[in-house]
Ligand binder design. Structure first.
Ligand code: NAP
Length: 499
């Protein structure tokens, strides 16, 4: 069950959101009295409530907004019990001061906004001894292993326990709460209005992560990155998993570089089935793998892991996705295949990072004459040597004619949408312009190319195709690319800050 926390300054807004949520089939809300401005009217909030409510009044030291006295807070909590609140949230230090009364169930809670304490078991034991119906522990995750310790605590507990790690790193615990037996998880009314770090909106929790379908048997996939909050992979993969009726969920795992080894080594404990790997881990992750596909061997970087009984297998789906995207655009535009070959002869790749390397490899394998240009000549030369292509100075990118230009730099990416890595005056109608940036899809470079009359390939195409290849590696069946494309476009269009 998803419990939606409502934090509004005015009673009527809180009541309206409660009503709205109940109409949307939400079965539990948390009324955060500490958000109400002025005198709190508990009776008004609870009278005629459309679905059960937890009443919470959080102090600032626990992450709340209550500014009045502690005495006044305790009075308010007692009033809520007298008014028949379904649940009352009592922090561990006040639990013994407020006795059980009537039918109100007691949630005994503990918060640590800075860390996840080392001995969660002892803490849990202490909280259960305080006449708890439910124990709630919310702590800051500073390490992916904090999540595992929390999930394992909840899984092993006899009393219903909600164990949540806060922050970006802790997000998986919010989504996997039900998998380990929590009675509910917390989400917010809107993903832009979070009440605690790392919280998700209830619609993301319900529609993207399908929280209510996650059980002990659900397979876990995810993207490993740092940072990860901007990643659109969860939106795209979860849409494909849902459409294919897979009992699987795809999570954002924020894993700092120095914690990667421990995270990968802990795969069996989650357990993890497959991972997308992105910045900064694409090369570092290779020290853990047993098998590498040809692309990984050639590029020296992986973007996909599959956890199998025989060990970890690594794949790189970026190069194939880039080539397939180009091929599709060329065939689409000409409405015919190219019997003489790939359809591109000379390509200029801008950038010398992971994406540039994958695209350049893919093009080289198609027999394309590839040149790379980036701002850092040392990096450009190194990549050119490894890929077997030419290198030119960044400022020399306009000097020679190319029939294909690939942007593999972040230039033009949200929020810098008015920037382009290649001036419009140098575009020619015979060129194929491929921008790997996918947020937004219509970058300034793509817009310029379109008005020049060039054939275009957007980063959305490549992103969807690399994800679809990953899906096939893990699920052994095709993903719906059109559905993935729609999910991606909707996410970039509706919210510039995705899940
Ligand atoms: P990366 O490893 O950090 O490499 C970025 C490259 O861009 C570097 O060569 C860097 O050069 C260059 N660069 C950065 N800022 C620049 C600027 N203002 N002007 C000119 N060059 C600049 O990143 P990556 O993984 O290769 O990703 C690059 C972009 O590709 C991402 O931003 C993303 O939009 C796109 N991408 C798309 C997909 C897809 O599926 N569509 C997949 C992966 C990546 P310096 O060394 O000079 O800084």
């Amino acid at each position: 069950m998803i419990c939606v926390s409502i934090g509004r300054g005015r009673h009527r807004h809180m009541i309206a959101e409660h009503k709205f949520l109940a109409e949307k089939d939400v079965h539990l809300v948390e009324l955060r009295l500490d958000y109400i401005q002025g005198t709190v009217q508990v009776k008004r909030l609870l009278k005629d409530r459309p679905c059960p409510a937890i009443v919470t009044c959080r102090r600032a030291i626990d992450g709340g907004r209550w500014e009045d006295s502690e005495e006044a807070r305790l009075v308010l909590l007692r009033m809520a019990i007298v008014e028949g609140a379904d649940y009352i949230d009592l922090e561990d230090d006040i639990a013994t001061k407020i006795p059980r009364y009537g039918k109100t169930k007691r949630i005994i809670s503990f918060h640590d906004l800075h860390r996840t304490p080392p001995d969660l078991t002892a803490l849990h034991k202490k909280l259960t001894s305080m006449d708890a119906d439910i124990v709630k522990i919310a702590t800051m995750a500073n390490h992916p292993m904090d999540n595992l310790r929390m999930l394992e605590l909840v899984r092993g507990s006899k009393i219903p326990t909600v164990g949540i790690c806060m922050g970006d790193i802790g997000m998986p615990t919010r989504i996997l709460s039900g998998k380990v037996g929590s009675p509910f998880t917390y989400a917010t009314f809107h993903h832009d209005r979070v009440l605690a770090p790392g919280q998700l909106g209830w619609q993301q929790m319900r529609d993207v992560y399908r929280y209510d379908t996650i059980s002990a048997a659900t397979e876990i996939y995810g993207v490993v990155a740092d940072p990860v909050a901007h990643s659109l992979s969860p939106v795209v993969h979860n849409a494909a998993l849902a459409a294919a009726h897979k009992d699987a969920v795809y999570l954002p795992f924020r894993v700092p570089a120095e914690q990667l080894d421990e995270f990968i080594a802990s795969a069996d404990r989650w357990p993890l089935t497959g991972l997308s790997i992105t910045i900064p881990h694409k090369e570092a992750v290779l020290r853990h793998v047993r098998v590498q596909d040809d692309m990984v061997k050639a590029i020296g970087a992986a973007n996909t892991l599959a956890f199998t009984p025989a060990g970890i297998a690594a794949f790189n789906t970026d190069a194939t996705a880039a080539v397939e995207s180009l091929e599709a655009a060329i065939v689409d535009k000409d409405n015919e295949t190219h019997p003489e070959g790939f359809g591109v002869k000379k390509a200029l790749v801008l950038g010398a990072g992971g994406a540039a390397r994958a695209v350049a490899f893919g093009l080289k394998r198609q027999g394309v004459d590839v040149t790379v240009a980036s701002r850092t000549m040392g990096r450009t030369k190194l990549m050119a040597m490894e890929v077997g292509c030419k290198a030119v100075e960044w400022n020399a990118r306009y000097r020679l004619p190319y029939d294909c230009l690939v942007n593999a730099t972040p230039v033009g990416m949200h929020p810098n949408v008015d920037e382009t890595p290649f001036d419009k005056e140098h575009l020619r109608p015979y060129m194929v312009i491929f921008d790997t940036v996918y947020n937004p899809e219509n970058t300034l470079l793509i817009k310029d190319a379109r008005t020049t009359g060039c054939r275009i390939v957007t980063g959305v195409e490549m992103f969807v195709r690399q994800a679809a290849i990953q899906f096939k590696i893990w699920q052994k069946c095709e993903a719906s690319q059109s559905l993935m494309r729609d999910a991606l476009k909707q996410a970039t269009a509706s919210a510039k800050q995705p899940v």
